[in-house]
Write a protein that binds this ligand. Structure first.
Ligand code: IPD
Ligand code: CA
Length: 285
């Protein structure tokens, strides 16, 4: 790892993210979509076009590094290894892109030994460029993260939390029930009684909002390594942490598929335990 210039990697990922952003915005409102697993799991031709652009340029510039991307992923075949690997979601928030809701982004992560060490997440609609290198802090454009440091007397507690969640694309079965039962319990006056839920429609955007301190946590089940790898290091470098989305997983794998992202601040461990106590059942993907 030591001989890899992570600043060079970050700088190149920023250039690629800008280029991908131009392609994405040029196609807004002009794209058709197809279904994948079901009628709410959507993909457009722009997802594939952006991944092709990014993978080709990364191969040319860093021929020795591996590449994992959502659109070229082959279930059961593609595996994240210990080798230096770009982990890419060309468009995270495809449903947003289809609806012109301006929260889609390109998520460009770089892992070594299956740990995220560089992350670039770019939302070209709002011109939000989130970046981080392990050990060097996290940024939104040129501002240090977190943007919002809650006052010292507002420590991280479940009851005062604003929590990002997503309904996901599985709308039946056990995982759907675990999610919706947990939403009910977290919201209820006799349950978590949290301040509220938010859904930005993109795992990377949600996690970056946690890194920024704009929401307190993000709970997710069903997304993949490419949805979280880049934002994960942005979150960690902003002082937050990623744990498992099922109870007891303090050190989740990048491809764990169930996650709880928590902002930095006093009381994080108790917050995580309290959150886990409100999960009704177990998510399994
Ligand atoms: C999806 C989004 C969504 C999350 C899903 C992801 P996509 O990614 O990040 O917020 O709930 O699990 O699959 O399909 O827009 O790349
Ligand atoms: Ca995607």
């Amino acid at each position: 790892m030591s001989d890899i210039d992570l600043v060079e990697v970050r700088d190149y990922l920023v250039l690629l993210a800008l280029e991908a952003g131009d392609l994405i915005t040029s196609k807004t409102g002009k794209t058709t979509y197809d279904d994948k697993a079901n009628a709410v799991d959507l993909v457009t031709e722009t997802d594939a076009a952006v991944e092709l652009l990014v993978s080709k340029k990364l191969k040319e510039r860093f021929p020795d590094f591996e590449f994992m991307g959502e659109e070229s992923y082959v279930p059961g075949v593609t595996k994240l290894t210990d080798k230096p690997t770009f982990v890419v979601d060309p468009i995270d928030g495809t449903t947003n892109f289809i609806h012109s809701f301006p929260f889609s982004c390109t998520s460009l992560g770089f892992t070594i030994n299956r740990k995220p060490v560089v992350g670039v997440v770019y939302n070209p609609f709002l011109k939000l460029m989130y970046t981080a290198i392990k050990g060097y802090g996290a940024f939104l454009n040129d501002q240090h993260l977190p943007l919002r440091t809650p006052p010292a007397d507002v420590s991280l507690t479940l009851q005062t939390a604003l929590i990002a969640v997503e309904w996901g694309t599985q709308r039946s079965g056990t995982n759907y029930k675990v999610k919706t039962d947990t939403f009910h319990k977290l919201a209820a006056a006799d349950g978590g009684f949290i301040h509220g839920f938010r859904s930005l429609g993109s795992a990377a955007m949600n996690t970056c909002a946690v890194a920024a301190g704009q929401v307190d946590a993000y709970w997710e089940g069903g997304c993949y390594a490419w949805d979280v790898a880049a934002a994960w290091i942005i979150l960690e470098e902003a002082g937050g942490r990623m744990v498992g989305g099922n109870p007891g997983i303090w050190e989740p794998a990048v491809d764990e598929r169930v996650y709880l992202a928590v902002r930095g601040g006093e009381g994080a461990e108790k917050f995580i335990s309290d959150f886990w106590d409100n999960i009704v059942g177990k998510l399994e993907y």
